[in-house]
Design a protein around this ligand. Structure first.
Ligand SMILES: Nc1ncnc2c1ncn2[C@@H]1O[C@H](COP(=O)(O)OP(=O)(O)OP(=O)(O)O)[C@@H](O)[C@H]1O
Ligand SMILES: [Mg+2]
Length: 324
């Protein structure tokens, strides 16, 4: 008999996702593998178009993968039937970019929160007390349940979206830019709320973000995506403070970090991201990389651990030479 080993909460094994665009096939996600355990948190960083949202959509099976598989608690999501997917979908919930637009504008906030409860547990599960408790849990006055999205602030809408996601008792949250469009105070409150939820419920999450400060506050580990591939992954403190991949370095340097002890230098990332319909050969970053050599134009770098640090991995042919 083999030993029983608990499956990770969610695992992506070599997934690729492509879309058919006007100019041909776009490879949005290219051979990505990621693992997330129970109660763990992972951030996804990368420029617009890097494939961050597509990864979340593949995990939720809102898009199909070309190859590879997504396993949730050991079950294959990629080929599961609707009957198998239903309970899995309850266990992983998403909060998408800009809830002002993703919440149904014609639905009162309370009804938006009640909807998944009704869908998963039936009408009897929807009680005023339960809805009020969910509102309170995300720091909203239960009276706001009667309002429509346009009668709420951005931060309040975001909390309604979180309450809606929490209603059915998920183990995993997919957060797509949860703090975008919020002012600093609302951002801080949302981060605090999520951290409390993690502490009290052992929630795990995958968080997409442009704002590296928020990612550092919300995530234990961070993966940097470039042109649909993970180019660096490791503990958030290491990846965001001392990135090793030239793209990760440029990305971190290009984003403002509010740190009073450091002069903030905002140097925009030079050049455009590659055309996802026609990725360059070799390392997809080579046309913009100041360190590119001939081999970078020909050989595709694999993700490999840094010497003596299995948790921190980098996909750069020159990462050893560029040390420091
Ligand atoms: N439904 C779709 N049809 C065609 N192309 C798509 C579709 N969804 C995404 N893409 C393309 O796939 C690539 C990755 O998109 P994705 O939305 O995953 O990027 P992202 O990293 O989330 O970007 P952003 O930071 O702007 O949200 C982009 O080139 C995008 O144009
Ligand atoms: Mg996106």
């Amino acid at each position: 008999m083999s030993e029983v080993v608990a499956a990770p909460l969610i695992e992506l094994r070599n997934i690729s996702v492509s879309f058919r665009g006007a100019s041909g096939v776009i490879r949005a996600v290219d051979d990505v593998s990621l693992v997330l355990g129970r109660g763990e948190t992972l951030g996804l960083a990368g420029e617009s178009g890097a494939g961050k949202s597509s990864i979340l959509k593949a995990m939720l099976r809102l898009v199909d993968v070309d190859s590879g598989e997504v396993r949730f608690d050991g079950q294959d999501v990629t080929r599961a039937s609707g009957r198998v997917l239903r309970p899995i979908r309850r266990r992983m919930q998403a909060v998408f970019q800009q809830p002002e637009t993703t919440l149904n504008p014609r639905m009162r906030a309370g009804t938006s929160v009640a909807e998944p409860l009704r869908a998963h547990f039936g009408a009897a599960a929807v009680t005023q007390g339960r809805i009020a408790a969910l509102f309170e849990q995300v720091g909203l006055h239960p009276d706001l349940a009667d309002r429509y999205p346009h009668e709420l602030s951005g931060g309040e809408c975001q909390r309604v979206a979180v309450a809606r996601a929490l209603a059915v008792g998920p183990e995993l949250l997919m957060l797509d830019e949860p703090t975008s469009g919020l002012d600093l105070l609302a951002q801080r409150e949302l981060v605090q709320l999520l951290q409390n939820l993690r502490r009290d419920r052992g929630l795990a999450w995958l968080c997409v973000g442009h704002d590296l400060t928020t990612l550092r506050q919300l995530c234990d580990r961070v993966a940097v995506l470039h042109a649909g591939r993970v180019v660096e992954i490791g503990p958030a403190s290491k990846v965001l403070q001392r990135p090793r991949h030239p793209y990760a370095r440029a990305l971190v340097a290009s984003l403002p970090v509010p740190d009073p002890t450091r002069r903030t230098v905002i140097s925009p990332l030079a050049g455009d991201p590659p055309d996802p319909g026609a990725l360059p050969k070799g390392c997809a970053f080579h046309p913009r990389c100041p360190h590119a050599q001939d081999r970078c134009r020909n050989d595709r770098p694999l993700l490999v651990p840094l010497p003596g640090d299995d948790a921190h991995q980098v996909a750069c042919l020159r990462s050893q030479e560029l040390e420091g």
